[in-house]
Design a binder for this molecule. Sequence first.
Ligand code: TRP
Length: 446
Amino acid sequence: MHEREQWKSRTGFILAAAGSAVGLGNVWRFPYLAGEHGGGVFLALYLVFVFTIGISILLAELTIGRAAKRQPAGAFRVLGGGRWHAAGYFGVAAAFFVLSFYSVVGGWTLAYIVKAVSGGLDGATAAGAGQTFTTLIADPLKPLAYHGAFMALTIVVVLRGVASGIEATSKLLMPALFILLLVLVGRAVTLPNAGAGLAFYLQPDFQKVTGATVIAALSQAFFSLSVGLGAMITYGSYLSMRESLPKSAAWIAVIDSGVAFLAGLMIFAAVFAFGLDPAAGPGLTFVTLPTIFGQMPGGPLFAVAFFVLLAVAALTSAVSLLEVAVAYLIDEHGVSRSGAALLLGVIIFILGIPSSLSLGVWRDFTLFGLGVMDFMDGATTKVIMPLGSILLSLFAGWVVYPRLARELMHLRSGERIAIPLRVWGIVCKYLGPLGIVWIMAAGLFF
Ligand code: TRP
């Protein structure tokens, strides 16, 4: 058997895993969901879920991956045997569906790079930026071409393999994104009337909590951390014995929620300063940002830099989704890395076409009352990923707990993690599964 690939360094791994976590989920999905669900209250719930259930499942995934040295389907079989197998397939299949609509939005970021470079965003006003976005997503062909280009880039990175492709890309661009985000937050919060946006975002009004808010916040926590379908099992499988998993999980959660928090700060300060509607939906980021750039010195330059970095952040996340299914074909069916990446990439591209068209020419076609894109997003993030997380925490807490606890103790500082380990066990056994069931029930029935 060939030697399994490994990350080159601990920082490299953390940045790659953070690269998977940080993506469109933070800069596009988080702000628009927060805007639709009352601002501060959504932020508060999201943070609570990230640092309780979310981080525990993240740790479970990394540990399972490193212990089994397999992608989800293989990992559940090797560690659990028997019927647990099925839980892994579930994840592999879900990664497919998430990537199909994720790549469509990734394509929008590429389109915005082109617009920014060609001066199409210069001096944008709120109304003009809104028009630009609506025209783009309703076009029958352009978004498909960009969706294809985005999938092609994803395939290229995955082709190059774990260390040279994924790790190298993340290491360079993650820090750059973070710095640029800080600059833009600085611009946004000093706009006249930004204060109203900060109040909306930072003062939670718990009167506004509904079942829909709670489930949206939970599913956003999972989506944002890349947990629930085994992407982090796959990344953990390339880890060596040296790393401290709890520390890695903590870093990933802090970086991920930190970027989401900053993105929200930037967006809501600007939304209120420009008199936009916080509940505008999926266009929120794409309309708000060009408006900020239109009003700042050096705006066109910032616009290019920002959309390049956003596209790269999206790419490092898309790569982790494709890697789940590619690793499955490599490990379980002996397919070559290049064959697997190409074959799956093309299938996912085709699967994404209806999602893209559902925002334009196929607007009237619905599944269960939702457009195709909303249906794909809802089915994966509100149903499949929470269910995947329940299976995962039951598996970690009840089936292979002793094995995972041993895996976690492979540390020099063994004693210091004994207490967190017990807390983690309790979350996996009881709190996680029951909490998720309760939240899903609340989301469905209230
Ligand atoms: N976390 C990424 C984002 O926020 C998206 C993502 C990457 C993902 N891999 C995943 C979501 C695995 C769910 C599962 O943009």
